[in-house]
Write a protein that binds this ligand. Structure first.
Ligand code: UDP
Length: 267
């Protein structure tokens, strides 16, 4: 593999990004539900070249017992990067960054879950980054919330997440790795789309107040689009299979949902 070279510019004179995207355009996204046989629920996400798998186990008995919470389940999230997921081999031992991201992901998912329905139990969420190309914590939240739904954990709603960043003075949605590394900062965020509550908001780099407000609005719009994609991924697995004569209605339902998503993404 050739060594990475700093690009001459991140925004072209035509206003396009290094991979040809518009500033408010997400990378191509592929979501799949039910990808692991052993897990109670699972999902994978490809977001550009970032590729992540999430597996949910539980609710089940919690070990070690001293972690027990009497009035609700413990949501235990483990985010890990494979040694081969980044250009420089990642050391297999859990890093401080991985521990922090695990905590941040748990905090963004918890408000969506009815953990009080399983006192003293644990819901384990294992997230494995197979290939990292920027935005892994947000892609992980997108996949993990689908895996939780697939496991049948009672939820208020799914949790979509995206990072909005800044490069060459322009706000950009869903940063790729080079934009993340050579840009001026990023704001990863996650929302509960049914109430517009923000469950993740971090900031790296410097943003003026009005830039931050605009970045958050761009993030919310993108999260709503992602939410449509998440719902569609679930429907592909769980929507009632059409019996004879119902085919057209079933196709119409899926098309209507996708159509709305495309409109939201164009905003
Ligand atoms: N990265 C890397 N080696 C590492 C950790 C991260 O090459 O040990 C890259 C990876 O592509 C990741 C990006 O740096 O997606 C940005 O990492 P950050 O900590 O900002 O988290 P993320 O944007 O992935 O949520």
């Amino acid at each position: 593999m050739s060594p990475e070279v700093k690009p001459d510019f991140l925004i072209s004179p035509e206003g396009l990004r290094i991979d040809g995207r518009r500033p408010d355009e997400l990378r191509p996204i592929e979501l799949k539900v039910g990808v692991l046989k052993q897990a109670n629920g699972s999902a994978s996400i490809r977001q550009g070249k970032t590729y992540i798998i999430a597996g949910v186990y539980g609710p089940r008995e919690l070990h070690p017992r001293h972690l027990t919470i009497n009035d609700r389940a413990y949501l235990r999230v483990v985010y890990r990067m494979a040694t081969f997921s980044v250009p420089d081999r990642k050391r297999p031992a859990p890093s401080r960054r991985e521990r922090e991201i695990s905590m941040v992901i748990a905090n963004s998912l918890k408000p969506a879950l009815f953990l009080e329905e399983y006192p003293k139990a644990v819901v384990d969420v294992f997230i494995q980054v197979i290939q990292a190309d920027g935005g892994t914590r947000c892609a992980a939240i997108n996949a993990a919330s689908l895996a939780l739904a697939d496991a049948g954990i009672p939820m208020r709603c799914l949790v979509p997440a995206v990072a909005v960043g800044k490069a060459d003075g322009k706000l950009l949605v869903d940063l790729g790795d080079e934009e993340d590394k050579y840009g001026q900062g990023d704001v990863p965020m996650a929302i509960l789309p049914t109430t517009d509550e923000i469950t993740l908001l971090q900031q790296d780099g410097f943003f003026k107040r009005e830039e931050l407000v605009e970045a958050m609005q761009m993030g919310i719009n993108s999260c709503k689009y992602l939410h449509e994609l998440q719902k569609d991924a679930l429907k592909r697995v769980y929507a009632k299979k059409p019996s004879d004569g119902e085919d057209e209605e079933y196709e119409d339902d899926l098309e209507t949902d996708l159509g709305d998503a495309e409109i939201a993404g164009d905003e």
